[in-house]
Design a protein around this ligand. Structure first.
Ligand SMILES: [Zn+2]
Length: 166
């Protein structure tokens, strides 16, 4: 018996000539790659500042003055943190999503690995859903600010002295 595997898969893959990358295309590819790695570096540093609860732009100053109260602007670079009423509603979604994902994943993990009963699961994840969002409150705001700074840096320009207030 003889196999009849014919190499038709390569049909159309071997055109010659015009598709070859020229020097400028190569240069553009390399420039694109360095822009890409610069972007990734930027992303990592902004998200790192977010996780450390620091200003997404300069990373030099903290976001919070107390446990739950924020500064209005960055003490170091004047970046405005809460730029409009209700700006941090997005942080609530982040907080909710992270809480839900951890609780659901945790539920299935405990069910699978140690077969924890439904009652214990409800007690455990019920109290988790109460306490974790409080713990994560500051991080959710900080991450929200960082994400906004990454995707929309111009909208967060510092405008600290908008006239005397109070
Ligand atoms: Zn700053």
């Amino acid at each position: 018996m003889r196999d009849r595997h014919v190499g038709i898969a390569e049909e159309g893959a071997g055109e010659q000539g015009e598709g070859m990358p020229s020097d400028s295309v190569y240069a553009r590819m390399m420039a694109g790659r360095s822009v890409e790695s610069g972007r990734i570096r930027h992303l990592r540093s902004v998200l790192g500042r977010g996780l450390r609860l620091r200003c997404p732009r300069c990373g030099a100053a903290p976001l919070f003055r107390g446990l739950f109260s924020m500064y209005e602007d960055c003490l170091s670079c004047d970046l405005r943190f809460e730029r409009e009423q209700g700006y941090f509603v997005g942080a609530i979604y982040i907080n909710y999503a992270v809480t839900a994902v951890i609780a659901i994943a945790g539920y299935f993990a405990l069910d699978h690995f140690i077969g924890l009963s439904l009652t214990y699961q409800l007690i455990l994840w019920g109290s988790f859903a109460v306490w974790f969002p409080l713990f994560f409150f500051r991080y959710s705001r900080s991450l929200w600010l960082s994400l906004d700074y990454i995707f929309n840096p111009e909208s967060l320009r510092g405008e600290r002295r908008r006239g005397p207030r109070g």
